[in-house]
Design a protein around this ligand. Structure first.
Ligand code: SF4
Ligand code: SF4
Length: 93
């Protein structure tokens, strides 16, 4: 016996975002257990970490990138992808 599944029109309206830019107040840096530490002397400003970072936390700078710890969640992708090992992950205190 086949069971007829409801279509998407039958689903109730769920989440709504009443005001824009709510993600800015969602401080993903509070999740962090490991912290990326940049060695500015090694950084070549290639921006590979900027491309791979899943949060908009790596900022372009004149000579090297900068990390915004308010939103960095400590995933470590930047440290894994950096071709010159300019980023080291350390335990969050
Ligand atoms: S990937 Fe490494 S060298 Fe390139 S910008 Fe990021 S920290 Fe600097
Ligand atoms: S640890 Fe993850 S979230 Fe933080 S700067 Fe690196 S890639 Fe971005």
């Amino acid at each position: 016996m086949s069971v007829e599944k409801p279509g998407w029109r039958a689903l109730p309206i769920a989440a709504t975002i009443p005001t824009p830019s709510t993600s800015r107040s969602y401080r993903t840096g509070e999740w962090r257990t490991s912290k990326p530490i940049l060695d500015p002397a090694k950084c070549t400003n290639c921006l590979i970490c900027w491309i791979y970072c899943p949060e908009p936390t790596i900022k372009q700078g004149e000579k090297h990138v900068e990390i915004d710890y308010t939103y960095c969640k400590g995933c470590g992708i930047c440290a894994s992808e950096c071709p010159v090992k300019a980023i080291t992950m350390v335990a969050e205190e």
